[in-house]
Design a protein around this ligand. Structure first.
Ligand code: AMP
Ligand code: ZN
Ligand code: FE
Ligand code: FE
Length: 283
């Protein structure tokens, strides 16, 4: 099924400024190739892609909506919060990104120390040099890549399952931010806060907790999950009168099975989010 004339916007993807393997330029070229009318680059805890992406999107005639995927911690579980429609230069958001940068530096160093104790040394500088665009924003997928390169594990799955997944021997949370703090920052910036990929939250207690919080929407269309998987989330979004968002969570070579545009939103949702963004730019 391929409707080239249908308006589709992928609201969730990662560039090489976080743990994606494509530059913003490559993402926009891919979006064009796939016939996407709109896109949001939602890197983990950074807006660095936007300097490059804003002029390139204009050139390519693709509607670019500012977005980000914030890391939060809920009682030892990683929970991702998507935000949209804020102004890229908003001081609340940019300050929060800077705090995340410091959090990651400390946390990554802790993880590397633990790996070294388990006889899997990795030099932080070497990893930063391997991923120059993400060097201020190194994440666990970069660490997993280095572990694989050095022959410590056979693949990402082994790296996460044995060593660096949530709660495993070499993981460290550092000092994470709560969901509440994150929602406050997003709302101070007059942006929309969205529960990312509820499909991946297996713990019902956590999910029920999230559903009681001050979110504006939920990511009902996600990656390659087929429509019957989305029904549950659509129902919740309707009951709460929340925004329905969607996107692929494209990471390029870091998650090769996920193609850009595998999930998307239509014109109505995209224009609603874009309208808020334009209002924020006029303030
Ligand atoms: P970080 O933000 O540095 O803590 O890294 C989190 C990222 O690691 C997530 O966004 C996922 O892309 C990836 N990740 C987390 N758990 C796993 C896992 N079990 N297997 C593969 N990738 C994972
Ligand atoms: Zn990621
Ligand atoms: Fe995520
Ligand atoms: Fe993501």
């Amino acid at each position: 099924m391929h409707f080239m004339n249908e308006f589709r916007a992928d609201l969730h993807c990662h560039s090489s400024f976080s743990d994606g393997s494509c530059s913003p330029k490559q993402i926009l070229a891919l979006a064009k190739e796939k016939g996407l009318a709109g896109i949001s680059i939602t890197d983990h805890d950074t807006l660095s892609a936007y300097d490059e992406a804003i002029p390139l999107a204009k050139e390519a005639g693709i509607n670019l909506l500012p977005g980000i995927e914030f890391s939060t911690d809920f009682k030892g579980h990683s929970i991702h919060v998507l935000a949209y429609s804020f102004q890229v230069s908003n001081e609340h958001i940019t300050k929060f990104c800077q705090k995340h940068h410091l959090r990651r530096e400390e946390r990554n160093q802790n993880i590397l120390d633990r790996l070294a104790k388990h006889h899997m040394p990795i030099k932080y500088e070497e990893m930063k040099a391997t991923f120059p665009l993400a060097s201020d924003n190194i994440g666990r997928p970069h660490i997993a890549y280095m572990m694989q390169q050095k022959g410590y594990v056979k693949d990402f799955d082994e790296a996460f399952k044995k060593y660096i997944g949530d709660g495993k021997a070499c993981h460290s949370f550092g000092k994470p931010f709560t969901i509440e703090e994150t929602l406050d920052v997003i709302h101070q910036a007059n942006g929309y806060a969205i529960i990312a990929h509820p499909h991946l939250i297996r713990n019902k207690k956590i999910l029920n907790h999230l559903l009681k919080m001050n979110f504006d929407g939920i990511e009902v269309f996600y990656a390659t999950f087929p429509p019957h998987h989305n029904a549950e989330w659509i129902k919740i979004a309707q009951q709460k009168n929340w925004i329905h968002t969607g996107g692929s969570d494209f990471h390029g070579d870091f998650k090769p099975t996920l193609g850009l545009g595998s999930s998307w939103v239509g014109e109505e949702t995209f224009h609603m989010l874009e309208k808020k963004y334009k209002q924020n730019c006029e303030l």
